[in-house]
Design a protein around this ligand. Structure first.
Ligand code: G16
Length: 536
């Protein structure tokens, strides 16, 4: 096997002058730098599968919302979760091994981790619509052949579909079966659960869905075949931006620019939403004659879901026995945190950026609702919650109805990871149940004006944080300067952190008014830019 790996790796040499790092969402960079990285991720996937006794590992080739010339690769663990933390560093180690010592590093990992090279290895993989995808798949397949790994190429998939398929593959034929192991099985599961969750309720008017010119476009078109028609209790969906990847659309554009994609032709008060490039993020918005553009971001989706599920749990008589909580990051709007704690009366946990952190924290609750403000999130249910939804004997028709809606939600929601298509159907279901327009949803609480700024610095890794990324510990003294700036603004809050997916710092600020939030963000950004130039 080692000879096969050596020979295959010579076709995918590592550029000598590059250092790679498994970041917030795997490896992500210019696609032309990724060939050796993807090959080596194939080696890691084989090792990981063997370590887990031949369970299937997922590999997704995507750069999500990044520009079209970027690409990336990430690994998915057997239950559809993000790759276990310690394996991120093994991936980084293997990705950075000099060409001549690759086999030695691979063998050492195999030995140190006590992996039996004879154990079968299994991998499934998919990719988004980027033009660089097929060539990177070749690098991955070369590694899988060289390591004697069985594999299935699912070709184009959304990231959450790959997570779904990974879990389905590993639970097939067991009591924990997560669904049929096919893309069709995914659509059928969502379509069927949506009908059950809607309970004959009607959505009002259309929803315009911006597919970010990513893989979500063709996959949403496919999903529509499994949903009832609008006239028969479905949703009237208008798809826009389902072409090739380009700028000025998508969830990241809408969230950071705080405006609708220019291509959107939706009327006043009509529901709109945007997916990102690999369809794991979802942002809603609408335009109101009086207030103009209104954003309904990940925080608003989390609060909507938490309040709806909380009400259902109460109606089902399960409020006492189930612990419901919300998980956010530092980017959560201060008003949303206050709303969850004070109005909904639910606990909030704050974690660093990255779904792996939020997901992990959410599993500590029976119903863990987690969303990043950028629209990446889902709801996870504990075994105890699932058992209660199925085994509780209803004492009234209202209880029976609440229980059946809860059961439907557990199938409608993709519990492996944030899933824009599933989250969109969840939001549509809740709005239909509540007979809410987007305006009514928006009125639940008023966001503090906020601004996110991207700052390019010579070396973003000089900026180190603690306290769930809310406090800078390095460069020394910068946090004190940020605190001094924040103190000058009413309701001010700001933090800076290095992005894990882009070569940049991100600065977030909120304050009592729009101009103050902008001013604070720009001042903190200028400070970081200055410090970044000093530390280079
Ligand atoms: C990825 C992660 C998200 C994270 C985002 C931005 O999303 O999955 O958890 O919020 O990157 O991360 P950062 O600020 O570290 O660049 P996506 O949709 O880009 O894969």
């Amino acid at each position: 096997m080692d000879a096969a790996i050596l020979s295959a790796s010579s076709k995918h040499p590592k550029p000598v002058d590059r250092t790679f790092q498994y970041g917030t969402a795997g490896f992500r960079m210019k696609a032309n730098l990724l060939d050796s990285v993807v090959f080596r991720v194939g080696l890691v996937a084989a090792l990981r599968s063997r370590k887990l006794g031949g369970q299937t590992i997922g590999v997704m080739i995507t750069a999500s919302h990044n520009p079209p010339e970027d690409n990336g690769v990430k690994l998915v663990d057997p239950m559809g979760e993000m790759l276990e933390q310690t394996w991120e560093s093994y991936s980084t180690e293997l990705a950075n091994a000099p060409n001549e010592s690759l086999i030695a590093v691979y063998q050492k990992l195999q030995e140190d981790l006590k992996i039996n090279g004879e154990t079968p290895a299994r991998v499934i993989f998919g990719r988004d619509t980027r033009p660089s995808g097929p060539k990177l798949v070749t690098a991955l397949v070369d590694a899988l052949h060289a390591t004697g790994t069985e594999y299935t190429d699912y070709k184009l998939l959304t990231t959450p579909q790959l997570h779904y398929l990974t879990r389905c593959t590993n639970t097939e034929g067991t009591p924990q079966s997560y669904g049929e192991v096919s893309e069709k099985g995914y659509y059928e599961k969502l379509g069927e659960a949506f009908v059950r969750a809607m309970k004959g309720k009607k959505t009002v008017g259309p929803v315009t869905i911006d597919c970010a010119n990513g893989v979500g476009g063709p996959k949403l078109t496919e999903l529509l075949k499994y949903l009832p028609k609008a006239s028969e209790g479905g949703v009237e969906i208008k798809i826009i931006n389902d072409d090739v990847l380009k700028a000025e659309c998508g969830a990241d554009f809408v969230k950071t620019k705080q405006r609708a994609p220019p291509s959107s032709k939706a009327g006043k008060n009509e529901r709109c939403c945007s997916l990102d490039g690999d369809a794991d993020r979802l942002i809603y918005y609408f335009s109101d004659a009086e207030h103009g553009f209104r954003l309904l971001d990940g925080d608003k989706i989390a609060t909507l879901a938490a309040s709806f599920i909380g009400d259902l749990a109460r109606e089902a008589g399960l409020a006492q026995e189930l612990k419901i909580g919300v998980v956010q990051t530092a980017y959560a709007n201060g008003a949303s945190t206050k709303y969850v704690e004070k109005t909904l009366g639910l606990p909030v946990v704050c974690t660093p950026t990255g779904v792996k952190w939020l997901h992990h924290a959410a599993t500590k609750f029976d119903v863990g609702v987690y969303f990043e403000a950028n629209g990446h999130g889902t709801v996870v249910f504990s075994q105890q919650a699932l058992k209660a939804f199925h085994s509780k004997n209803p004492e009234s028709p209202a209880q029976a109805s609440a229980l059946s809606t809860l059961r439907a939600l557990t199938d409608l929601i993709n519990q492996t990871v944030g899933d824009a298509l599933s989250d969109m159907l969840l939001v549509e279901t809740i709005l239909a149940h509540k007979t809410w327009t987007p305006r009514e949803w928006d009125l639940t609480y008023v966001d503090l004006p906020n601004r996110l700024v991207r700052v390019e610095v010579a070396d973003r890794n000089m900026f180190k944080t603690t306290n769930a990324e809310r406090t800078l510990v390095e460069p020394h003294g910068v946090q004190d300067q940020i605190d001094a700036l924040v103190a000058k603004f009413k309701d001010g809050r700001s933090f800076a952190r290095a992005s894990g997916t882009e070569d940049a710092l991100r600065v977030y600020a909120e304050a009592a008014t729009r101009s103050e939030a902008d001013d604070l963000a720009n001042k903190v950004a200028a400070l970081c830019k200055h410090e970044g130039s000093l530390t280079s």
